[in-house]
Design a protein around this ligand. Sequence first.
Ligand SMILES: [Fe+2]
Length: 134
Amino acid sequence: MISLTKDMETGVEKIDLQHKELINRINSLVAIGERAASKEETQKTIDYLGEYVVKHFSDEEELQVKSKYPKYPEHKKLHTSFIDDYTKLQKEFAENGNSMDFTMKLNNSLIVWIVKHIKGNDTEFGRYYKAQGL
Ligand SMILES: [Fe+2]
């Protein structure tokens, strides 16, 4: 289980609240993997997280556009490539169901990526956003 640690806080209330929800949904997915839930239930949880990722990224990008964040284009690229990878994983699960490969990709690539992204890219944006007096 992951929790929102101090070094993941961006200081932007809306983003921090959304990260909390994102982590809740990630944890649901991890929990479901651990108790080997049915394919249907797992699929639902994968989609539930995926939907929120899309919503959260787009809200975050909106704040970046509004605050004229200079690193917006590269930040958006990171989001887009994550969504592409996630979509691939979603398809892979729909076709093959649970597998070692799936669980490994989920835990090692996607979850690690999100935590790193929040700690690095998102806190960097948070500092910029607050420096604008927003
Ligand atoms: Fe981000």
